[in-house]
Design a protein around this ligand. Sequence first.
Ligand code: PLP
Length: 408
Amino acid sequence: MKFNPADNIQDLQYFGEFGGVNPSISDSSTYTFLSAKTMFDTFEGNADGCYLYSRHSSPSNLYLGEALAAMEGTETANVAASGMGAITPVLLQLCESGDHIVSSRTIYGGTYAFLKNFTPRLNIETTFVDITKLDVVEAAVTKNTKVLYCESVSNPLLEIADIQGLAALARKYNLKLVVDNTFSPLSIAPAKLGADVVIHSLTKFINGSSDTVGGVVCGTQEFIDQLRNVNDGASMLLGSTMDSVRASSVLKNLRTLHIRMKQHSYNAMYLAKKFEADGLRTVYPGLTSHPSHSLFTSMMNGEYGYGGMLTIDAGNLEKANELMELMQHKNLGYLAVSLGFYKTLFSAPGSSTSSEIPEDEQVEMGLSDGLIRFSIGLDANIERTYQMMKSCMLEVGVLKEEIAKALI
Ligand code: PLP
């Protein structure tokens, strides 16, 4: 049967302590043992089903982790206190001093800063490449390379990684392919396409209510056990643990992810087509003008669409700011970073989420200062939203009246 991530989540059945329809929240940092021997065995990782201390694992975190592993089709998963709290231990677990990483150059600014500024202190170097060019990726691999790192849909340029092609390179050179799938949950299942490790910032679409930060690492049992190892596991020792109460609330939100993703994708596709037809420079993987439209189509679980993220170019930063302030004033969304909320969120990445990337590198990768990144919300009447956005664009001069008229 075809892999369907939402069916896999639905097929999981958890009950609470008293038969509740939601699992009970484990409200404890530590756990008792009837025998000292079992405590020792648990420390050694040899007592299945026993809990020791909640930084290592807790029932609530395991429930959420198992649901996310089911979604990604991996053996298991480990949740973390934030997306960065998932990304950084993975890279530090896979690399040691002297190792090398080949990474996409268009990635979330925090990840970029970690690889560019932080890991060199540990003598781990990164080469940033155009991830859409497999020959360029291959040419960057050295004898010290351990990891290929990318986002399935990149932040903020919405470049698409050829996960199968990258997985083939990873196999050829014995590397681990690590994919951040934050922008495309359900739509793309990187592990099914050959990725070794799949990461999400749960802060975004998966939780969907902009009320918490969270992260997850999905992978093999062996790798997740390594991350959690009490002696040398980066997740265990760096301590970025999610709180049980949060794990429980993220799990409840996960249950509606499939409905939300369809609506985010529907609305984003609607607006992208209209904006493009109005003559705006619009980037959305669902548009046939997107250079990787067919690649995305070949990788996707069709029913969840091309995702909720799109960008337009307002020409320059002043125009972008003017437009975003006006759209917020008209209650069309919020001038805010992050994504995956019920309400549309917009920001100019060059001066916000990607500001860690130096200006000259932004220019080189095609990140113009007038770029606005939209996370399209769950608006019930998207035509109405479009009309209101268009009038804002006309008012600030991002859309020219004559051009708009000529196009009607
Ligand atoms: N990965 C991507 C693609 C992101 O957009 C972000 C945050 O914006 C992160 C990772 C980091 O996640 P968090 O903010 O939950 O640490």
